[in-house]
Design a protein around this ligand. Structure first.
Ligand SMILES: NC(=O)c1ccc[n+]([C@@H]2O[C@H](COP(=O)([O-])OP(=O)(O)OC[C@H]3O[C@@H](n4cnc5c(N)ncnc54)[C@H](OP(=O)(O)O)[C@@H]3O)[C@@H](O)[C@H]2O)c1
Length: 273
């Protein structure tokens, strides 16, 4: 699978794994652990979680998944805005590290902009970085104007990006690409059924011998500097998402997708879930 620069010279495959809603149902735990581990084995080594997901349940699941293979993964977690004071961010990170059974995060994100001044949050991040508890920090759900005002040192910005939500192509995505700041694309499958039911995806998929979901994912990562983090809780979905890394869309595919899912022609408000 193609790789891209992430932070501090670390390169990662352009497809990783999301974990929202994983770890919340004891009956599904075993299959979710197997799915995430299969993804890591197949190269989907960026794992995205957050203290918010299942009130820590997702981080605990990820802790179990990476036990004995911490060095094989690039671990991303997020702090709640209401915990993002200078001291709050440090305490929240310590709690996340305990749940994740590790001594460090690779990337620590502010989940979205909140009440504390960003400079205070970044002070907390820098303190964690100096202490070796995080290797880098970044932001999430920040639009271009907010990013422009952010203190230097932001490794990445994680935002909604999929065929049905293309607003960032007008300004934010090129802005990040120009600065070499990788963009983490969340909900790259549009959270599943509605987007994936579009008949054009199946039609293009048929030409390539893959599924419509693989086309949707291949489309997200066609752009340089984009890391997609689909969430999949079954082995079959993980297998498909790995395979999407090898799908190359041609200009005819991209043109018909542009017709069905038009690119923005003007500034759009940042889509947020
Ligand atoms: N920073 C933020 O504010 C933010 C917001 C939202 C999400 N995120 C992150 O981004 C990750 C991904 O976003 P998401 O979970 O919202 O949505 P998503 O990844 O776009 O979609 C997940 C849905 O797609 C299904 N799926 C996965 N692979 C598939 C395949 N090959 N074929 C068909 N269906 C497939 C999953 O089903 P199964 O589970 O049954 O496999 C699940 O229902 C999250 O898990 C989270 O880590 C971040």
């Amino acid at each position: 699978m193609r790789e891209t620069d992430f932070f501090n010279g670390v390169r990662v495959p352009v497809i990783g794994q999301g974990t929202w809603h994983l770890g919340e149902d004891a009956a599904k735990r075993k299959s979710e652990v197997s799915a995430l581990r299969a993804g890591i084995d197949a190269g989907l080594t960026v794992i995205d979680t957050a203290e918010m997901y299942g009130d820590g349940a997702s981080e605990e699941l990820v802790g179990e998944v990476i036990r004995g293979q911490r060095d094989e993964v690039v671990l991303v977690s997020k702090v709640y805005p209401h915990n993002a004071s200078r001291s709050g961010v440090v305490a929240a990170c310590e709690r996340s590290l305990r749940r994740l059974e590790t001594d460090r995060l690779d990337v620590y994100l502010l989940h979205w902009s909140g009440g504390f001044p960003l400079s205070e949050t970044v002070d907390g991040f820098e303190h964690l970085r100096a202490a070796g508890k995080i290797r880098s920090w970044g932001l999430s759900n920040f639009d271009q104007d907010d990013l422009e005002r952010a203190p230097g040192g932001c490794a990445t910005n994680q935002v909604l990006y999929n065929l049905g939500s293309r607003g960032i192509e007008f300004d934010l995505l090129p802005w990040q690409q120009h600065r070499g700041m990788p963009l983490m694309a969340y909900s790259p499958l549009g959270q599943g059924p509605t987007l994936l039911a579009h008949p054009l995806l199946a039609e293009i998929g048929e030409r390539h011998g893959v599924t419509g979901a693989q086309i949707a994912l291949a489309w997200v990562i066609r752009q340089p500097g984009v890391i997609a983090i689909p969430k999949a809780s079954s082995l079959e979905h993980v297998r498909q998402n790995v395979g999407a890394g090898a799908v190359v869309l041609d200009s005819e595919d991209c043109l018909s997708l542009d017709n069905a899912f038009p690119a923005p022609r003007s500034k759009q408000p940042l889509d947020i879930l």
